[in-house]
Design a binder for this molecule. Structure first.
Ligand code: IFM
Length: 527
């Protein structure tokens, strides 16, 4: 440039070959009237994807996360899955089953149609025996003729019980349960039957305590439970699955199915009660040789957070029992940077028993603050009515909390990471592996569905906030089933029952029925 001269130019990024796709893209851009318009189009494209919710709360960090960074992080994770990573290399040429199914939970509110397509793809990654092929390769996937894998993970298809209801509730399309989709290997069935097969898969693979077997892995890729070992985490997942199934069967008038699931749930509860309670908390699992993970008898990995959170999420632990396990987590696992996955770390245990031993103490599955699971603990606190605790634990892991602690955090303060090094490491507070992580979806889910409590329901929209006592309320705008909801939540100075006013009508529950939806709706909740 000459002195005082200015010029506009654009740098075009894209995927493809510069000479082919690159040249084509530049020609297309040149056709547009101006670069300014083109940029505006791109901005609108992104804004439209972030438009489903906008909240104004007294916490400005929360606002910037919930309105922009958290949904953006969810979209990146959803689009790229874990196929592109700056950290991982090797066989990452497909969609890892469990994480991809979980991604759909966050994507449903943001890009409903795309979430539905991905969900269908993943349902066709389920085999006719109810298990899953571990990696679905979207470009070469051939439902109906995929081979059975030589090993299974025990949790894979149970994530459908979080993702499918969330998608159906967001879309309002209950008929989805009747949609016929092929299995990966052979045959086809309705989505409802796919769910039945998922439950059967775990029921048919139970160990000597009547609990679901751990198989190759059970969410935690490092616990070597073995084919015959049993997973307490999966037992709670299965409990939640049965509960969801009971509800769906009831709505489909499938009474025999409903009764079958109720009986299975009772039997499972008995086994959980008999074999999983350790006096102060739930154990993590039984290895095939009887060794207990997460028990007061274990020298390392005495307590794990997941079975405690899921005991509450699945509805098994309530009242005093729930209080007790929440207290145990607070006492043994809670830190300023979040809740540790387990403690104490593995330093002596044979890696054949727990592979996490290969990580330094306080890292990843070896007693770090594994961010994927933080949302579950926040949910457990909220379900037990502990709003302030739920908020404390969410704040501890919100990336924005680290805006002014860059020298400790060392990763972007607007994006979640897989784990945060814990007090057992040399760098407590440091984030590891940012962007593409299962943490993104649960982090967003608890902010929107739990703390703000704006929750899709089969029959409408539920408003059930779980805000901290320091908030006087909040306002939000939510686009749901093509209608707009302008929500005001106010805390009353008087101790009173909640009052919900919907379009000037007092509603006697937290649920606003879909039959009453207008194009634009006003909701006021006084609590
Ligand atoms: O659950 C897994 C996930 O699928 C991949 N990253 C590690 C998690 C815990 O082991």
């Amino acid at each position: 440039l000459k002195p005082a001269q200015s010029a506009n130019f654009a740098i075009v990024f894209g995927v493809g070959q510069a000479k082919k796709e690159g040249v084509k893209a530049i020609k297309e851009i040149e056709k547009k009237n101006s670069l300014k318009n083109y940029l505006l189009e791109i901005k609108n494209h992104w804004h439209s994807r972030l438009a489903s919710l906008e909240a104004k709360t007294p916490d400005k960090d929360f606002n910037s996360m919930v309105n922009m960074w958290a949904p953006y992080n969810n979209l990146m994770t959803f689009y790229w899955s874990r196929t592109a990573s700056m950290i991982y290399a090797g066989e990452r040429d497909g969609l890892g089953f469990r994480d991809t199914v979980q991604d759909i939970i966050g994507a449903s509110a943001l890009v409903l149609e795309e979430a539905g397509k991905r969900l269908e793809l993943m349902l066709t990654g389920q085999l006719s025996n109810g298990g899953a092929i571990p990696v679905v390769k979207p470009f070469s996937h051939k439902p109906g003729s995929e081979k059975e894998p030589n090993h299974y993970r025990s949790d894979d298809c149970l994530w459908f019980f979080n993702a499918v209801p969330q998608y159906v509730k967001e879309s309002g399309n209950f008929e989805f349960y009747k949609k016929i989709l092929p299995y990966a290997d052979k045959r086809e069935d309705t989505v409802f039957k796919h769910l039945r097969r998922a439950i059967e898969f775990n029921l048919m693979r139970r160990g000597s305590h009547g609990l679901p077997c751990g198989l190759t892995a059970d969410w935690n890729d490092c616990l070597k439970l073995g084919e015959k070992g049993e997973s307490v985490f999966v037992a709670f997942q299965l409990r939640l699955a049965l509960r969801e199934y009971i509800e769906i069967a009831g709505r489909l008038f499938e009474t025999d199915e409903e009764n079958w699931a109720k009986k299975e749930l009772e039997k499972l509860d008995d086994n959980i009660e008999k074999y999983c309670w350790d006096g102060e908390w739930f154990i993590r699992g039984y290895r095939f040789d009887g060794f207990k993970f997460g028990s007061k008898e274990s020298a390392e990995g005495k307590i794990f957070v997941n079975p405690q959170s899921w005991a509450i999420i699945s509805g098994h632990a309530t009242g005093e029992r729930a209080e007790k396990i929440l207290k145990a987590v607070e006492k043994y696992l809670s830190t300023d940077y979040g809740v540790m996955l387990c403690a104490p770390p593995y330093v002596k245990t044979d890696p054949q028993v727990c592979l996490a031993r290969l990580f330094n103490p306080g890292l990843k599955e070896n007693a770090s603050i594994f961010n994927h699971v933080q949302g579950w603990f926040v949910m457990a606190q909220a379900l037990n009515g502990k709003n302030d605790q739920a908020w404390k634990h969410l704040k501890a892991v919100l990336p924005s909390t680290y805006n002014d602690k860059a020298e400790i955090r060392k990763v972007e303060p607007y994006v979640v990471c897989q784990s945060t090094s814990s007090k057992f490491s040399k760098n407590p507070g440091t984030g590891n592996l940012s962007w593409l992580s299962g943490s993104a979806v649960w982090n967003y889910y608890v902010m929107t569905n739990v703390i703000l409590g704006i929750k899709p329901h089969y029959d409408g929209l539920e408003i059930n906030p779980c805000i901290p006592s320091s908030w006087s309320g909040f306002t939000a705008k939510r686009i749901f089933r093509n209608c707009e909801f302008r929500i005001t939540v106010k805390r009353s100075s008087k101790k009173q029952e909640k009052i919900l006013i919907f379009n000037e009508e007092k509603i006697d529950s937290n649920l606003i029925p879909a039959s009453k939806f207008l194009k634009i709706n006003n909701i006021t909740l006084i609590m």
